[in-house]
Write a protein that binds this ligand. Structure first.
Ligand code: HEM
Length: 402
């Protein structure tokens, strides 16, 4: 007989405390060893499940009986908000939808994010990267790598791709920060979401009058999407497109600087970069508090009975350390082939922007290490502020010298 979820009061919260900035909380590994699907307390007090093994994470993410619909989601305890997730996703915000709505949007976008299409952006991304390195060099050390390199490069790239004026970055970066902060009150989160929506509504209205050579204009020119839907897609791509890669660039550089043998290996053989990018994605797994799903019907899985409506949180961070799938998964090894990792998720919601993110990281790390052979931290490692307070993990700042 499969076990069902116990009463909420007896159920633990999501472990959050890390003893090493690069490793997930130690309790998660213990949980996986004991039982890879365990009861978890959610923000609104109800009980649900936490999944920590690679095999179960992949199975559930690919199973249509588990929904990503916004209105069905509950979030684990470090999140403060419920309101945002208990209403249907706005038009176009397809991450919060199931098929057939999700399929309809995703189909319109796939062609714009293929490997081939993203490769065409390489020269422009390389130019943007070199310009930022030039500026760092002119400024001289120390420099905060997050504000001068890791954040502006993916922001500029997604702005150019969408047709968002980069001059507006203070505005949309501020809203995004509030949206992703675990410290924001529900009101602040909702206000940030609404402000981003208003911003994209204005942009779409402008593009109707003044079309550009960009994705928003292209989507508007098609017959299938109305203005509100294009704006919703814009919000999703803008938020997902800059904070994620930015944190991989910042945290990834910190991890390399703290693993000098790995840094030396990559410097000695720059052709390792493709392996290194996948390994850093796996090892650091910046989407560290989820994703979540909700069971649409009773499902027996991993010796547990998940009832219809039960929330499930998939720990991508811990699944990516599962020794059953990744030998020596606790270690960072840039020679290691980490293919099949879950840092971009899995199943129908697997990251749409993954090829773009890979190119930005390949170009970003390579150019940074080439430009500054003596790159080093300009503060003690314990003074680097980690993003434990954000739903996307990383570093708040990374002072470096060379
Ligand atoms: C290193 C950088 C990135 C990481 C680690 C990352 C991670 C993820 C993950 C884990 C998901 C799945 C969420 C779920 O299953 O609930 C996802 C979805 C998504 N990502 Fe990314 N992402 C990154 C970069 C990007 C970029 C650059 C873009 C846009 C250009 C982007 C756009 C999206 C979109 C639109 C979705 C929703 C896909 C869907 O629902 O079908 N991401 N991402």
């Amino acid at each position: 007989m499969a076990e069902t979820v116990p009463a909420a009061a007896e159920v633990p919260e999501l472990p959050m405390s890390r003893s090493c900035p690069f490793d997930p909380p130690e309790q998660l590994a213990q949980l996986r060893e004991e039982q890879p699907i365990t009861p978890l307390r959610y923000q609104d007090g109800r009980a649900g499940w936490l999944v920590t093994s690679y095999a179960l994470a992949r199975t559930i993410l690919a199973d249509p009986r588990f929904s990503r619909k916004n209105e069905l989601q509950h979030l684990p305890k470090p999140f403060k908000l419920t309101a945002l997730t208990r209403e249907p996703a706005q038009p176009g915000f397809f991450l919060g939808m199931d098929p057939p709505e999700h399929t309809r949007y995703r189909r319109q976008l796939t062609a714009h994010f293929t490997v081939r299409r993203m490769r065409q952006l390489e020269p422009r991304i390389a130019r943007i990267t070199e310009e930022h390195l030039d500026a760092m060099e002119r400024h001289g050390p120390p420099v905060d790598l997050v504000s001068e390199f890791a954040l502006p490069i993916p922001s500029l790239v997604i702005c150019e791709l969408l047709g968002v004026p980069y001059e507006d970055r203070k505005r949309f970066q501020g809203y995004t920060r509030r949206l992703l902060s675990l410290d924001s009150t529900p009101d602040e989160t909702l206000a940030a979401r609404d402000a981003l929506c208003d911003y994209l509504d204005e942009l779409v209205a402008r593009k109707r009058c003044e079309p550009g050579d960009d994705l928003v204009t292209t989507l508007l020119a098609g017959k299938d999407l109305d203005d509100a839907e294009v704006a919703g897609i814009g919000v999703l791509l803008l938020v997902a497109g800059h904070e994620t890669t930015a944190n991989m660039l910042g945290l990834g550089t910190f991890a390399l600087l703290r693993h000098p043998d790995q840094l030396a290996a990559l410097r000695a053989d720059p052709s390792l970069i493709e392996h290194a990018v996948e390994e850093l994605l796996r090892y650091l797994t910046i989407v560290h508090l989820g994703p979540t799903r909700a069971a649409l019907e009773d499902v027996e899985i991993g010796g547990r009975m998940i009832h219809a409506g039960d929330p499930v949180t998939i720990s991508l961070s811990e699944a990516n350390r599962d020794p059953e799938r990744f030998e020596n998964g606790e270690e960072l090894d840039v020679h290691h082939s980490a293919t099949g990792h879950l840092a971009f998720g899995h199943g129908i919601h697997q990251c749409l922007g993954q090829q773009l993110a890979r190119i930005e990281m390949r170009i970003g790390y390579t150019a940074l290490l080439r430009r500054f052979p003596g790159l080093r931290l300009a503060v003690a490692p314990e003074d680097v502020r980690m993003r434990t307070d954000m739903s996307i993990y990383g570093v708040h700042n990374l002072p470096v010298a060379w």
